[in-house]
Design a protein around this ligand. Structure first.
Ligand SMILES: [Zn+2]
Length: 402
């Protein structure tokens, strides 16, 4: 399976947990049928019971997937309650669309799924510390006066299934979002090591970082885009082996200093074969398109794809300390091509994500060259097509990831 959701981009804090669950068994969590997960919606009793039961394939709640959701949800709730698990603060069976409180979600997770053996073993090594933290949760006394629920929540915590919120808060009577519910279920089922790389296993291979550039220097226009209408693609043209996404992000963060002066040079995302670094919010304007206050700078999100090959391609201006392509070995040429392909694949992920997020179509992706009055040859490596990816191939990479 390779289930993805329009609203679970690579930047979502719970993305790995949600995608892990969506692609496990028959889909422990599911979307809304229109491609969205709606992570910020409050989770209902019916939804949480469904997630918990689906997480354990040996359980059969007798649910017919062709039934209306209200019928399915009622079956899931009755199944869970039939196992003696309290799901609601009231004495009766709740309506399926009723919001569930955290304490009952915890109780259901513990009683129906239990905590993954490896995670439990890990927690067992540190029972004294977990006990100390449990005792520090000052609002744990707000758990409903029901010994079974109290025991379920405490056991889940002591086994490492939940951690509480920052500030030593359990918030047992609050509601939770679908994203938070997914994290609880996923943590019961698997270790963090199994979950975290999962999003990357959906055929991507990068880590995402943010280092937002503060205002105050010339590289930050300190104004918003007039509209988010386009995505602009660049190659960095920096061929030093150390010219990675992170080093560009650090340069931007420091004010794009050149010769001791902050330059009007900036963009939103830098991508290499391993990492994506975000330097400006999508809504911020940047200086990257060389069209002044034209649509390149004021209406587009700038994407820089790294070319840290360690040699300067033939036809490009020499760079101090970087040997020319003619001195590169066949192995180095092949490595540079592979490096560029992987960077472009990673860039295609973030571009697809941006298109989805901002309701844009692929015909809104432009080369930097499109905006420049001086016909600048950028993105140079994609335009030449000599480094594994042509422009048409790049657009196709994006299309596959939307
Ligand atoms: Zn450019």
């Amino acid at each position: 399976m390779n289930i993805r959701f329009n609203d679970i981009g690579i930047q979502h804090w719970a993305g790995a947990f949600i995608l892990f669950l969506a692609n496990t068994h028959d889909g422990i969590v599911r979307g809304d049928g229109a491609g969205n997960f709606n992570p910020d919606n409050t989770v209902t009793v019916g939804e949480f019971c469904a997630m918990a039961v689906r997480a354990v394939p040996s359980l059969n709640a007798g649910v017919n997937p062709n039934d209306m959701w209200s019928v399915q949800a009622a079956r899931y709730i009755n199944f869970v309650m039939g196992r003696g698990v309290r799901v609601y603060q009231g004495d009766f069976t709740p309506a399926y669309g009723e919001q569930i409180q955290r304490q009952f979600a915890f109780n259901i997770a513990q009683r129906i799924i239990g905590v993954n053996a490896a995670r439990r073993a890990n927690a067992a090594l540190d029972q004294a510390e977990r006990r100390r933290r449990w005792n520090a949760l000052h609002d744990r006394t707000q758990i409903i006066n029901d010994a079974r629920v109290r025991e379920g929540v405490e056991t889940l915590f002591m086994h490492g299934g939940i951690e509480g919120r920052t500030g030593n808060i359990l918030a047992p009577r609050e509601t939770l979002t679908r994203a938070e519910a997914a994290v609880i279920i996923a943590r019961c089922l698997a270790t963090d090591n199994a979950i975290e790389p999962f999003a990357r296993n959906l055929s991507r291979n990068f880590t995402f970082h943010r280092r937002i550039v503060p205002p105050g220097l010339a590289n930050n226009p300190n104004r918003n885009l007039t509209a988010i209408n386009f995505v602009t693609i660049h190659n960095t043209g920096n061929y030093r082996a150390g010219a990675t996404a992170e080093s560009h992000a650090n340069w931007l963060f420091g004010g794009s200093m050149d010769g001791g002066i902050s330059r009007q040079i900036s963009w939103h995302y830098t991508i290499d074969r391993d990492e994506i670094w975000q330097s400006f919010e999508d809504t911020s304007a940047c200086w990257h398109a060389a069209d002044g206050s034209g649509p390149g700078n004021w209406q587009s999100i700038g994407i820089e794809i790294c070319v840290n090959f360690g040699f300067v391609p033939t036809g490009e201006r020499p760079q101090t300390g970087v040997p020319p392509e003619s001195q590169a070995t066949p192995a180095q040429l092949a490595e540079a091509t592979q490096m560029h392909i992987e960077a472009c694949e990673n860039a295609a992920w973030i571009v697809a994500d941006l298109l989805n997020k901002h309701n844009l179509t692929v015909d809104r992706i432009f080369q930097h060259n499109h905006w420049c009055p001086n016909n600048q040859d950028c993105p140079g490596e994609i335009r030449s097509g000599r480094w594994g990816v042509t422009w048409n191939q790049f657009i196709e990479m994006v299309r596959e990831r939307i």
